[in-house]
Structure formats: C-alpha cells, structure tokens
Design a protein around this ligand. Structure first.
Ligand code: MSP
Length: 527
C-alpha cells in the first residue's frame, strides 16, 4: 500500500461481564502496533475499539452482583476496560460503548431500513443457545458429556456448559439469501478472510448452506429495542457488529463514514464467523461495502487450552506490565507468537526474551553507542568520513529491514516485521564489536575512522528508534530524546528510518538503561 492511503482498523468490542486478561490485551496490542505503523508511514489511520454491553451474559452477571446492567457496565468500563488501554499503551482514536446513544440510535435506523426493504421477517425460533458465546447453536455443534455433573445434557464445546433451549417468537434476518454472494466474495477476494486456515473454515461453513438468523429476543429486555416492535430487543451480536459503522458516522456523518469505511477487522479466530459471514451479509442487505479484510488471529494458550477467565486460567495484563513494563509486554506477544497461529505464554520464555533481545540486544547497544559518543566526542555525534564497505552494509541492512518490515505489516505479520528489525540490531551489535571503536580511540591517526564508525552506529540506532516506535513506544521515545532527535519519534516517517542523520546532535547517556536487567526483576513468576 503506498503511503498516504486510508487505513481503518478495529478490534472486537469486549464483553463487560468480566475484567480483561492477556488474551484480550493481545488483540489490542496487535491492533495498536499495526495502526501505529500505518500512522508513521503517513496513512490516514483510525483505530477503533470499545465495549459490548448488551445481552444475557452481561444481564446475568449484573443481576448476580445485585446491580442493574448499565451500572455494572459503567463500573467495568471505567475500572477495567479503559484502564487496560493505558496499561498496555494503546493509542486508539475512538472508544465506542454499545450503550451510547450514537450507537443505539443508528442500530435502530439500520434495523428499520432492513425491515422496510424486506430483509427481516417474523418467525418462530426453536433451538439451542449458549449464553457464554451469545450464539444460537445447531445441534451438530454440541457435545454430549461422557460423565460428570452435566451427563444427559448437551454442552457448548467452547464453554463446556449446558446450552439453553429457546422457544420464542423472533424476528429473522434473511441471511440465506446471501449465501451465493458470500461464496462469490470469498472466491473473488481471497484477502477478505485471513489467514488461509480461517478462510477455509469459513468457506466450508457457508458452502454447507446458510440458514436465516434470529435477530431479536423477547424473553429479556437488556438490549436495543426493535423499533417497530418494542417487545423485542436486538440480538446482541447484530447490535455489536454494527459498532464498526455506528462509531464512524453511518447515517449521521456521511463524509466521515466515507473516509473511514471499509475497515479491516482484527478478531480472534473464535469470532471470525460472525465477522466474515453474518456481518458482510448485513452490509450487503443494507447496500454498503463489505469490510476490507477480516483477520482471525490465534489464541493464547495456557496448558494447551485457550486462556479464559471461566476456566480460571486468565492472567491479568498488569501482572506482566508491573514487572516487565508495557513495552516488553507488547514486544513479547507480537514477536514470540506467529500472528494467526495459537501460542503458549510462559514466564520463563518472557523473561528469557526480555533479557536476550531487549536488555542485551537492543538496550545494551543503545547504551554502548551513546556512551562512546559521550566519551570520545563530548556528546556530539560526529560527521562521518568516507564510508567503507562495513559502514555501507549497516546502512543497507537498515534499508532492507525497513522494506521487509513494511511488507510484513501489510500482510498482518507483525512477528516477521519485528524479526526483520531485529536483524538490524544484530548487524549493529556485530559492527560495533568488529570495528572496535574503543581501540580506534587510542590512536589519533584513527580519529576520522572512529567518527565514521560512531556516526554510522548512531544512524543505525536512530533507524531502530523509528522502526521500533510502534512496538516499543516508551523505550523509543527515551532513545529518541537521548539521541537528540527532533520532535516525537512517533511522528517520524517510518519508511525513511534508514536516512536518520545524527551528525551534530547532542546525545544524553541512558541512565537507567532502556531495559533494566532481569536480575532486578526477580519474583516475576509469583507476581
Ligand atoms: N463481544 C464479542 C465481540 C464482539 S465484536 C463485534 C466478544 N468479546 S470477548 O470479550 O469475549 O472477546 C474479545 C476478543 O478477545 C475476541 O477476539 C477473542 O478472540 C479474544 N480473546 C479472548 N480470549 C483469548 C485468548 N485466550 N487468546 C487470544 N484472544 C482471546 O467476543
């Protein structure tokens, strides 16, 4: 994508029945790194996130806690979900709550439009429902326990709990009418659902035949009222998916809507079906463009299973950030796990990578180079002399890392992007070791060579500050100011990172280092 294009990215909106764990934070961080990168390449970028507040799941949690659902949602949003964004340094442009008037009004208008154009009809629903998933479940998706407390009942395989039997008069969305159009969409635009594994699953699911979708409930009232029949509330997923367009002004601010839509949706693979089947069908029915891409990322696993609060395997993000900091959190989850695949979290792996890659690799390089500029050139970055092959190789690596990382971000592979940038860290560390500036400093005849080596190393460091800014916003801001960089590092054009010119800038030694050693961080596992 050439710089200067529009890029709108969304995260799922999170259920406020409980507090966030690192699985939720993973989606947020991935979205934030991708959008920070796009902003820094000059794209007209927008990051939307928020909370999903209606439905039975929230209603039941609130009742169990003796408060009304809105009060419950307000508390969770203010005490848990908004603070999460600060904990992991998310630079979102908007935060939508489905209980906000801007959302509720637009959802009602959208529904009315679909009703008026014949896409919605009244019918009877009889079947199963999992409140944990907030999803109608076909019998074929359910499991029978072989023993235990639920024997004889049908269970949701995701939550391991009995599904409920529903028999209600509902309104239905004629989703079946979009089966062929959806298959055509997947066929003609393979980039619409990614990665390949998720795409295959979606194509297979739709090929088996699409039923119409029940989109209202009448047995409880925590939701948006169906505008022509106030005894019904809108099915929570139908309500929630619409946040992606209600937040950017659909039906209210056409100019903004045109500017921000279509978006890329980043979601966990467990909810890819809602985004790649129901959502485009809803949009087609309304005559709107479908999303640009739905990317289904993998799960964070604990003991081989999806981390979840209901299974008591949830780890709170601040358990990690309190010890290692938010930058390390961001770096670890995006570099250690192949984006699109499942990955296991372990404290040992986190501590080892922190020490090797951040403290020893990047942090130490920054401290060493800046300390040598301070010592040998009174803190002023020297002007280079004639460049030798080794110097040119550093600059070429900086250019190649930039190009490769940019291409990797474009194909939703932040792990590859970080690996490409880490190559520059390794090359620079090798360069400093081989050029031995401390030895050159001993002989006045080597003064020009020393200037060239330290200026080249500083140039590489400047490039690293710019390239790593989307992943490590705090450490790179410190490094940028230690290098005497102009303005904010997050405002530096990322594609020009390799052109950083340090000559004449006044450096400031990094104290404490960017990533303090892990010995000082003992006790992480018991945090
Ligand atoms: N409210 C719906 C989304 C509506 S979007 C219109 C929902 N919320 S959720 O809070 O249950 O999950 C939000 C996201 O967190 C999902 O993308 C889900 O995949 C992700 N994760 C929840 N547990 C996770 C892991 N253990 N690992 C990775 N992602 C995880 O679904």
């Amino acid at each position: 994508m050439p710089a200067g294009e529009r890029f709108t990215l969304t995260t799922p909106i999170f259920y406020v029945n409980d507090v966030p764990h690192i699985g939720h934070a993973y989606t947020e961080v991935a979205a934030d790194v991708l959008t920070r990168w796009h902003r820094q390449r000059g794209d007209d970028t927008w990051l939307l996130t928020g909370t999903d507040e209606h439905g039975q799941k929230i209603l039941r949690t609130a009742s169990a806690n003796g408060v009304d659902p809105k009060t419950w949602a307000d508390q969770l949003v203010e005490r848990a979900w908004k603070p999460l964004l600060a904990t992991i340094d998310i630079a979102n442009d908007d935060f939508i709550r489905t209980t906000e008037p801007r959302h509720e009004t637009a959802v009602a208008a959208f529904l009315q439009q679909l009703y008026d154009t014949g896409h919605i009809y009244a019918g009877d629903y009889e079947g199963y429902y999992c409140v944990g998933c907030e999803e109608y479940k076909p019998v074929a998706d359910l499991v029978s326990p072989e023993g235990g407390e639920f024997i004889g009942q049908l269970l949701c395989p995701i939550h391991g709990r009995p599904v409920e039997v529903l028999k209600e008069q509902n309104y239905f969305f004629r989703m079946s009418a979009f089966q062929d159009a959806l298959l055509e969409l997947y066929r003609t635009r393979p980039e619409f659902v990614q990665p390949e594994s998720v795409r295959n699953e979606i194509v297979q699911f739709v090929s088996q035949g699409l039923a119409d979708l029940s989109i209202s409930r009448s047995s409880f009232d925590w939701g948006i009222r169906v505008p022509w029949d106030e005894s019904h509330v809108v099915y929570v997923w139908f309500d929630a998916l619409l946040n992606y367009v209600t937040a950017i002004g659909w039906g209210v601010d056409e100019e903004n809507f045109q500017r921000r839509w279509p978006a890329v949706h980043l979601v966990g693979k467990d909810i890819a079906r809602f985004h790649a089947v129901i959502w485009p069908a809803m949009l087609m029915a309304a005559g709107l463009e479908v999303p640009r891409t739905v990317f289904g990322h993998g799960w964070l696993l604990v003991g081989g299973e999806k981390m979840s609060k209901s299974k008591l395997t949830g780890i709170a993000p601040n358990q990690i950030t309190d010890v290692f900091g938010s930058d390390a959190f961001r770096y670890y989850f995006l570099s250690a796990i192949t984006f699109g695949q499942d990955g296991s979290f372990s404290w040992e792996d986190l501590a080892a990578r922190y020490q090797a890659e951040l403290a020893n690799g990047f942090g130490n390089l920054a401290s060493r180079v800046i300390a040598m500029v301070a010592k040998y050139f009174d803190g002023v970055v020297p002007t280079p002399g004639a460049l030798a092959e080794a110097d040119l190789a550093v600059i070429e690596t900086a250019v190649a890392s930039t190009t490769e990382a940019d291409a990797a971000i474009e194909r939703f592979a932040p792990d590859h992007a970080i690996a490409a940038i880490r190559r520059l860290v390794d090359v620079l560390n090798g360069y400093v070791t081989e050029q031995e500036p401390w030895a050159l400093a001993k002989d006045p005849a080597d003064r020009e060579r020393l200037a060239t080596v330290l200026s080249t190393a500083t140039r590489g460091l400047g490039a690293l500050a710019i390239l790593l800014a989307p992943v490590l916003p705090k450490a790179t801001a410190r490094l940028w100011s230690a290098l005497g960089g102009d303005g904010e590092v997050s405002a530096q054009p990322i594609l020009d990172a390799a052109a950083f010119d340090g000559a004449g800038r006044v450096v400031t030694p990094l104290d404490p280092p960017l990533f303090p050693r892990v010995e000082t961080l003992e006790g992480a596992e018991s945090a």
